[in-house]
Design a protein around this ligand. Structure first.
Ligand SMILES: Cc1cc2nc3c(=O)[nH]c(=O)nc-3n(C[C@H](O)[C@H](O)[C@H](O)COP(=O)(O)OP(=O)(O)OC[C@H]3O[C@@H](n4cnc5c(N)ncnc54)[C@H](O)[C@@H]3O)c2cc1C
Length: 395
């Protein structure tokens, strides 16, 4: 087989999922992750429809995912006096099975750590492509040449920047920011034990929610791009306090807790648009790095299906990356379209009082249940090749 050695940047969902398949097909896999250890906790992510389930079953992790799921939680929108205005069902936000991102990462890591090399606390700083490989330079480790490199380092992918060009050419700000943070000790057990319904409050262009499995606090607010917003946590906390000042309901008490929260994370709601090409030379983009859409609802399924397709195409092409990458581009160009349709900010934090009322009405309408069904249909819009069977038949 050609192109035996593969370097993957990022050990969240897409990276370890790809590592799983490549290792199973006989590739030699190294995963580099900038965090010092596996990143625990984080937001809840979900799978919907038979395609996601089929891939997880073929990986042998479906029972684990079901066992470690959060359970689903409705989000109840309240007015300032605590009266119920609308309910967003857990079926919509939680798909068929919902799990904390950190739990899913741990499941994937457990299945790959014995067969792949993980390097934590490091990151690629430069890539130089030659006729027969890609030379990677690292922040800490020695330079090394790999046959192929895969970016699974998220929406702000450094590998995409190195191989395709600056972030501003591919990542489009959707006019909103989000912030997630958890009460200390929040996580899988707390989420399951407490089975909290999330409560949410809106003001034009703003939403604050507390509880549920999406993390203990979630804030969304409309804003043009802010310079330095992904910087220091104290500045971000002041930004949230300022943006949400004056809102009713439990928002003042949420703001009073801000500096006691764990895992505070703030970022723009943004979309990656690659014009249908996720590969360049020997480098491929996978998951949010290639087709991310923050809070779009399909990111995790796309990452897992994308990993299955990329590894499968490489295996059936005997490692010939030009053939495999062309097929991967073709397949994902169509399937990844589901990532690009929505702007969760506009839906969860409409910019006018009228828009908030219309959204609340919509949540109770039949059109909303049709939208949930559309999501399931879109998640299945792929003709899934049985790569493991193909590879086995050829062995
Ligand atoms: C609040 C929130 C709620 C969400 N809810 C859902 C949901 O309900 N359903 C759903 O399907 N999806 C949801 N998502 C999206 C989902 O989390 C992502 O789509 C999914 O995790 C994609 O994974 P990924 O591995 O491609 O990228 P990421 O999860 O972003 O992981 C990227 C990894 O790369 C690492 N990294 C970054 N830069 C470097 C570097 N320079 N060098 C080395 N490593 C690096 C990071 O530390 C991280 O581990 C949600 C996301 C958020 C933020």
């Amino acid at each position: 087989m050609r192109n035996q050695t593969v370097l993957i940047s990022g050990a969240s969902i897409a990276g370890p999922a790809l590592a799983y398949w490549l290792n199973r097909y006989g590739f030699d896999v190294t995963v580099v992750e900038k965090a010092p250890t596996l990143r625990p906790g984080g937001q809840a992510v979900d799978f919907k429809g038979r395609t996601h389930r089929t891939v997880l079953e073929r990986m042998g992790i479906w029972p684990d995912v079901v066992r470690r799921q959060t359970g689903k939680f409705d989000t109840v929108y309240l007015d300032a006096a605590g009266r119920e205005l609308a309910v967003m069902s857990g079926e919509f936000t939680g798909g068929d099975v919902e799990i904390l991102r950190g739990e899913l990462t741990a499941i994937l890591y457990e299945r790959t750590v014995a067969g792949c090399e993980y390097r934590f606390g490091d990151s690629i700083t430069a890539l130089t492509e030659t006729a027969d490989g890609v030379r990677a330079e690292f922040e800490h480790g020695a330079d090394q040449t790999f046959d192929l490199v895969v970016a699974a380092d998220g929406i702000h992918s450094r590998v995409r920047r190195l191989a395709f060009g600056p972030e501003r050419d591919y990542v489009h700000h959707l006019g909103y920011y989000y912030c997630v943070a958890g009460a200390p000790g929040w996580g899988h057990d707390a989420a399951r034990r407490e089975r909290l319904t999330a409560h949410a409050w809106n003001a034009p262009g703003r939403m604050a929610a507390r509880g549920g499995s999406k993390g203990s606090h979630l804030y969304l607010f409309a804003s043009p791009e802010l310079t330095g917003a992904r910087g220091d946590v104290a500045t971000q906390q002041r930004l949230i306090a300022r943006e949400f000042a004056g809102m009713g309901g439990e928002v003042p008490s949420m703001l009073a807790e801000l500096d006691r929260l764990d895992g505070f994370y703030l970022d723009a709601i943004a979309q990656v648009q690659m014009d249908g090409r996720y590969t360049s030379g020997r480098v491929a983009l996978l998951g949010d790095a290639g087709y991310g859409n923050t809070l779009g609802g399909f990111g995790t399924g796309l990452a897992v299906v994308g990993a299955y397709v990329l590894a499968g195409e490489l295996a059936v092409a005997d490692g010939d990356h030009t053939t495999a990458y062309t097929r991967y581009d073709e397949i994902m160009r169509r399937y990844a379209k589901i990532a690009g349709h929505s702007n969760a900010g506009r839906f969860m934090a409409p910019k006018t009082a009228w828009g908030i009322r219309a959204r609340n009405w919509f949540l109770g309408s039949r059109a909303f249940s049709l939208m949930t069904k559309y999501g399931d249909k879109a998640a299945n819009d792929i003709d899934l090749t049985d790569y493991p069977a193909l590879v086995e038949a050829r062995a």
